[in-house]
Design a protein around this ligand. Sequence first.
Ligand code: FES
Ligand SMILES: [Fe+2]
Length: 357
Amino acid sequence: MPTDFDPALPLELASTIPSDWYTNPARHLFERDTVFAPSWQCVARVDQLREPGQFVAFDFAGEPILIVRGADGVLRSFFNVCRHRAAPIANEPEGCASKLRCRYHGWTYDLAGRLIGVPEFAGVYNFERDDNGLVPAGVVEECGPFVWWKLAPNGSTVADTFAPFFASMNFEGLLWKARRSYDLACNWKVYVDNYLDGGYHIHTVHPALAGAIDYATYHTETFEYCSVQSAPLVAATGDVGNTRTGDAAYWWLWPNFMVNRSDGVMDTNWIEPLAHARCRVIFDFYFHAQASPEFIEQSLRVTEQVQLEDVTICEQVQRGLGSRSYRTGRYSVKRENGGHHFHRLLAESMRAVSSTE
Ligand code: FES
Ligand SMILES: [Fe+2]
């Protein structure tokens, strides 16, 4: 897959990654290996996986994955694929079980993935239960209030990869309250680009939000594998003014996770790449324990409004990227250093894989 983007050029000379990175189905499959297998994915909250037997199951970049806390307290990740005929072991996105039973023909595995029950299999030659446990899938770590998973087992820890993020974050007193999911007709990178444009589109796309942000001081700081956009919030009216106070910090963690903070409010956005022109964004909302139901409702309304505005523009951009008239664009030096940083990491991830081939 050709690189076709020069990461060495400084921001003021650089052009974006080319449009076919967003529109080519082969690129989508390629990124499963180059971008997603080697990167940390924030797949659950620690409170979903605290007790032995608690599990989460999800599909990510083409793989069904099951993460379960064993009877020994260890978190393990497996492919959510039965060794008999490949049916899923867990059929719910989360739950608690004393053992893992496939509902197709009833094969049963313990919480450590060992095959412990095989109905009607007497007389099968050269078949060892010990060789037919669930197949381990990558590595799991707990860091902050989150559980992280990565398919490729090597590389840095979550804490090291995102050290600037954890150093600046205080999760104290925040409780998870709600989840919302949005399917978008755009490549996942369109959504990330939109997030990382340094507030460039706030006044045009988000007029209600614009009134609450001190745009003049809004700026983006980049680190090795993350970046943060920050600005003080200013007095505003309506739901935005009531629920967005203090300092806003919008963290992006390579490649597809965002954490949005202001006083007493946090939401996380995890982007699943579903196809070359489809992605899903899952929002998890956290509030301080004393936040009233009215405050939470107001705050969710603000995010919903902003999200719908972003969905519209992202889907329009995806259509434009498919036009023969467009190939690359330039960056605003004042605003778009975060997007440039993202594109450089994309190019780097491709080179890292090519150099090991
Ligand atoms: S596929 Fe799981 S028991 Fe047959
Ligand atoms: Fe936006």
